[in-house]
Design a protein around this ligand. Structure first.
Ligand code: FES
Length: 107
């Protein structure tokens, strides 16, 4: 059983995704992006570990997001890079209640 404390923050509403597949917001000191892919919600740190580019400005193909700067790719299911060994982005649990989206930032 996980010992991590839940730390859910209100991210926004489902309505915000009507016209955009990815929405990015600043929550505290972190830039967090959320996307819904085939009915599943994903949240991730919107900062590429390479040189800090905003991943939400990149391209999304299935659950793989490609950084717009130098094409590093990350799987939103695990956070792991699919092209650079041992590189990853933080991913966060998402819950939706009454059309509101919450992300568990765990920090
Ligand atoms: S900043 Fe993302 S790949 Fe270089």
């Amino acid at each position: 059983m996980s010992q991590e404390k839940e730390n859910y923050h209100l991210f926004g509403t489902v309505q915000e995704f009507k016209d955009s597949p990815i929405v990015c917001k600043q929550i505290g000191t972190k830039r967090v992006a959320v996307s819904q892919i085939e009915g599943v919600w994903y949240a991730f740190e919107d900062t590429c570990p390479h040189q800090g580019e905003s991943l939400s400005k990149g391209t999304l193909k299935g659950c793989i997001i490609t950084c717009p700067a130098h094409n590093w790719k990350f799987d939103l299911k695990s956070g792991e890079s699919t092209v650079i060994p041992d590189e990853f982005i933080y991913t966060f649990d998402v819950k939706v209640e009454a059309e509101k989206i919450f992300v568990n930032l765990k920090f």
